[in-house]
Design a protein around this ligand. Sequence first.
Ligand code: GLU
Length: 557
Amino acid sequence: MYTSKDIAELLFPEVTITVEELYAKYPKRGLGEGSLVTRFAPSPTGYVHIGGVYQAVINSFLAHSTGGKFMLRIEDTDKKREVEGSADLIYPLLIKMGIKIDEGYVSKEEEIGEYGPYLQSNRTEYYKAFVKDLVSRGLAYPCFCTEEEEEIARNEQKRLSAPSGYHGRWAKCRNLSYEQVKENLDAGKTFKIRIKSDGDQYERVTCNDVLRGEISFIENFVDYVILKSDKTALYHLAHLVDDTLMRTTTVIRDESWLPSVPLHLQLFRYMNLPAPNYLHTAQVMTVDPNTNVVRKISKRYDAWADSRWFFEQGYPTKAIIEYLLTLINSNFEEWRAENPTLPEEDFNLSIEKMSKSGAIFDIEKLNNISKDIISKMNKDTLYSLAYDWAKTYDQKLASLIEKDAEYFKRIINIERESVKPRKDYVTFKDIYSQVEYMYDEYFDNPVVYDFKKITDKETIIELVNEYFNNYFDINDDNTVWFGKIKEMCDKLGYASNIKEYKKNPDNFKGNVADISTVLRVVFTTRSCTPNLYEIMQILGKDELYKRFKFFTENYQN
Ligand code: GLU
């Protein structure tokens, strides 16, 4: 009399390693109690979705704040969906985001850690060992049904309004004997492996989700495929095997996996293993700009679904991570306000404060955070981050910086490194247009002077000449410099005191702000710039004269 063990041997003669040997090969980690072992497990289907980075941040923070480990596992079992080369983009991207990874897949040539391989396609032997074990204990079986047969069953189920899937009388291969299996194999038929479900559609099973509390589900009563006919694992099996052998304590994944929980619990039970803790996170959503409806982020409509977009746009990684932290934990902003200088890794991400429903991604909010973070950088940090960025994404800015790094630093340092720094740049992309006028070749191209309030050409020319002939001295300090501008105002009939001007505007031709604007426009062509005195100091006497001359020649003609 043959047993299921014989069937297992018949199907997998090449599999010699046992699950016990595998458990021994990957022993329990000697971590302290309460230390979480987590993993981010993306499929290499093109690029890392911003929702993936959100997952990675949660995983990494929870592992690291508990003295645990965070792994990167690449789930490449579905070869049809795989995009060539994309697995190798994931590790560098996460590192660039500033996410600390303790173990995992780095590239085709490199892995870190003792619990690998971390690329699922290199773990086929392990999957087969678990499947062989399940088959040998009668908890899984080979299925020889063809696509067509399954299609016929599906249609029949539809017609009868029966629950869909391989179960009940539709589970034709569920009880094949050793002889029948052998006959099919001898006839050259391919097989897949299905779990032999003991679930009942009228019974329920509960899961205590770390975030959501107790959730009750209908038991799984479908004999799902766990190993495909090409002997690659399906997610459900790979999850069981990998998270067991990698000693994952907490499976943190997107809420779209909730419906699979009954099957996963069943698989762990079949293997006599404790199920890991599950934490199903909210999905990252967006408000559709056209319809105002909250929806999933879509690769088609949202360029920023691709996390590389944030780099291209010049967001500092700190801004991206801090924004994601505000989405993950409602109290992050408060923590940041109380601890403005601490690194974000010091934030204790808490599961209690994690949102259960869709986290709505708001670019405006990200922009505010980014602007704030850039404004607080000192000039050296901003210089080095902006230059790094510019080398890849903004050649024009990179060239300006390369002319003279110190000069560039002086420009970006205007009204920086102070209690209330200027918030000029939302991203590094904004820098070029706000510094270009500080370089003399800017004047190689036609420039437009727009003097705002004062519009009369002759008045403008007279003002500028007056300033250069009677007041300009590069050695003046800020107070003297401004004192002279005021003096010039009084002399020419403009109000040097704004309050007085407001009281009696008709008594004056204009005020000191209008005069400053004229000078600002002559020196920079912009009516709105950071501190004019500092700009003039950086440009220096010769350059200011050059610009005065340029103005005289170009404005008059
Ligand atoms: N590869 C799965 C996905 O990308 C991973 C889910 C999980 O974290 O277990 O959705």
